[in-house]
Write a protein that binds this ligand. Structure first.
Ligand SMILES: *Cc1c(COP(=O)(O)O)cnc(C)c1O
Length: 224
């Protein structure tokens, strides 16, 4: 197993689909990222602000950095100048802060709203009602420095493949609903970020446009 070969394998798997790979490099050294980068691959996901900032400063400028983890409002300012896509927008207060930092940096920051689709309470995300309420507020409609590019979700961590499939289907249905029924300048529904090492195949079948794959590319993580 090499990182290069794993990237190549995923490129082949995804060829002919509408799905892109986000290589989740959290806890992995910059050398591992460079091994993937050297194949021409540029989209990496991190879940901690400090780690992303450090890696961003050490690695090539043309890498697209995806924030996939729970994001604290007081840390948005550190990634706002360069982050490519924030997958994990799970509250209106967070979105407001991203908009504010987007304005300070004179840019529009692409975001996904994270929807809670799993049975586990521990996972972050908005319910469908909360999501719709958010995009219906006047305050949201006046935001000019964020763009909602789609939705992100994490399925329940289970062997019950039917449950995982149903959860991904639910995310897709909400995506289609918003895409069809809610149109204004801060919404441009393109992406459904769903699927990880253990469930990306189901996610692709259910219409994922971004799979976030870590261990199946970089190997198991060591959190010590
Ligand atoms: C860590 C992580 C992943 C990747 O997990 P793997 O099982 O290693 O593929 C995907 N999405 C999020 C939000 C993560 O935190």
């Amino acid at each position: 197993m090499s990182i290069k070969n794993n990237i190549k394998k995923f490129k082949e798997k995804l060829a002919g689909t509408n799905c892109k790979l986000i290589a989740v490099s959290k806890t992995k050294p910059v050398s591992a990222i460079m091994e993937a980068y050297d194949t021409g691959f540029k989209d990496f996901g991190e879940n901690k602000v400090q780690e992303m900032v450090d890696k961003h400063s050490e690695l090539p400028e043309d890498i697209h950095w995806h924030m996939i983890g729970h994001l604290q409002r007081n840390k948005v300012k550190y990634i706002a100048p360069f982050v490519h896509l924030i997958h994990s927008v799970d509250s209106f207060r967070l979105l407001k802060e991203i908009n504010k930092q987007g304005e300070k940096n004179d840019r529009v920051i692409p975001c996904l709203l994270q929807m809670h689709i799993a049975e586990e309470e521990t996972k972050f995300g908005l319910s469908k009602d909360e999501l719709i309420d958010l995009i219906n507020t006047e305050e949201f409609k006046n935001m000019n420095h964020i763009k909602i590019k789609g939705l992100m979700g994490m399925a329940t961590n289970t062997d019950d493949l039917q449950l995982v499939q149903d959860e991904f289907k639910g995310l897709r249905t909400t995506f289609e609903d918003i895409k069809t029924n809610y149109q204004h300048h801060s919404i441009d529904m393109q992406e459904i970020s769903m699927g990880m090492s253990g469930d990306y195949e189901i996610a692709i079948t259910e219409g994922s446009t971004m799979v976030r794959v870590g261990s199946a590319i970089f190997g198991a993580r060591n959190y010590n």
